[in-house]
Design a protein around this ligand. Structure first.
Ligand code: PLP
Ligand code: ZN
Length: 401
């Protein structure tokens, strides 16, 4: 029903092979379905609950999935921020509303289910935080041990707390995410753990459902989808899902895929702006948005194709712009997101002001993780609570004098 295919040379592999890259040319792999032979009744899809598993015909899992009820996240109309930017059709898909508070759960329900289906005995990942939190939870649900490798001191508190509490073996290295990924990759190849970073093609299958849900919620295709980009898996996954929908004849056009990075960590933006054939890694990425503090995005090849094939673009935003938009989302829309997630909307603001985005566009920003993931960055930006004596007089005096 599906094969694993190299995105570069087209080499095909059987689904049961444990592979993360093409053995012939070392490029990325993807899951390819025989879409012409899959029978999908779109009306039946629409009767199922909005969730990753609404789209199970387009997913590789055959049995009962390891699920915590992921997906089905809200799509909010950003009325106030949209009005301020002159964008009446601006939306945010709040992926922070997934079980562990980020979009990674969509990938992990499929990834951990596949680990079980393939008979793997343990799972592992490198992470800027959310992947580890999600893997730890889904491994717990599946009853399989998990190892996660993090960059020491560079992971938001809430995410480390989750990975620890869900019982993963948490290892922090004195280096950055890119090195952590290199290390866990070798570990998985040498010791047979199942790698669940986004280089794993099955994980992206779950994440593609963000795009499928968006179409169902909006009742059509947005002109543009905007995502924060770190390892560049998510933007690639959403693009893949929408291409499959188009192949099935459910939609005609694809949205312009638009990637946003932080100013201190922008290899994909450089490649798009300067029309490089491939991404040149940035050796020392730095940003307050630690989730996207990644200098060598593993999925860059797929992401550049997504952006270029859809006439999209990429842009970077400063940490100040990210934090200002995090506050705006919280205070003007009631939507609490972590800094990396605010980058997508901050990027839209920048592109609209630069005249790159047309004001009539229908735009969906994916806001990828919840506010509570990174409470320290929140507290640093806000005035502390006003502490008073427990008297009515003190209360009235701080409120009205
Ligand atoms: C909150 C958040 N946003 C965005 C990203 C970037 O996603 P990707 O690595 O798929 O580009 C991540 C990745 O860790 C994340 O945790
Ligand atoms: Zn190949």
């Amino acid at each position: 029903m599906y094969r694993i295919v190299c995105v570069n040379c087209g080499a095909e592999y059987a689904p049961e092979e444990i592979l993360y890259r093409c053995t012939r040319c070392d490029h990325l792999l993807c899951v390819e379905y025989d879409l012409d032979s899959i029978a999908i009744d779109r009306a039946a899809w629409m009767r199922r609950p909005l969730s990753v598993w609404r789209y199970r015909e387009l997913l590789p899992v055959s049995g009962e999935p390891v699920s915590l009820q992921e997906g089905g996240t809200p799509l909010y109309h950003l009325k106030r921020i949209g009005e301020e930017l002159g964008l009446p059709e601006l939306y945010a898909k709040h992926e922070g509303m997934n079980p562990t508070g980020s979009f990674k759960d969509r990938g992990m329900t499929v990834g951990v289910s596949m680990a079980m289906q393939l008979g793997m005995k343990s799972v592992a990942c490198a992470s800027t935080g959310n992947t580890s939190a999600s893997l730890a939870a889904y491994a717990a649900k599946g009853g399989i041990p998990a190892v996660v490798i993090l960059p020491a001191g560079k992971v938001a508190l809430g995410k480390v707390a989750q990975a620890l509490m869900h019982g993963a073996k948490v290892i922090a290295i004195r280096d950055n995410f890119d090195k952590a990924l290199e290390m866990v990759y070798s570990l998985c190849l040498s010791h047979g753990l199942y790698l669940l970073n986004s280089v794993n093609p099955y994980r992206l299958e779950g994440q593609k459902t963000i795009g499928l849900e968006t179409i169902d919620q909006l009742g059509g295709v947005p002109d543009r989808m905007v995502l924060p980009v770190g390892n560049a898996g998510n933007i690639s996954a959403v693009h893949k899902g929408l291409r499959e929908l188009r192949h099935l004849g459910f939609i005609e056009d694809l949205p312009m895929m638009t990637g946003i990075q932080a100013a201190g960590s922008r290899p994909v933006v450089d490649a798009v702006e300067q029309n490089f054939p491939e991404v040149v890694p940035c050796a020392d990425p730095e940003t307050i948005a630690t989730a996207i503090r990644i200098g060598a995005p593993v999925n860059a090849e797929k992401a550049l194709a997504a952006i270029r094939q859809t006439g999209g673009t990429a842009a970077s935003v400063t940490d100040e712009e990210i934090l200002a938009m995090q506050r705006d989302l919280a205070r003007k829309e009631g939507i609490g997101v972590e800094p990396a997630s605010a980058a997508s909307v901050a990027g839209v603001k920048k592109l609209a002001e630069a005249g790159v985005i047309d004001r009539s566009e229908r735009i969906v920003c994916v806001v990828t993780g919840h506010l509570l993931k990174d409470p320290e960055t929140v507290v640093k930006q806000c005035e502390p609570p006003i502490e008073i004596d427990a008297t009515q007089e003190s209360l009235l005096s701080v409120l009205y004098s």
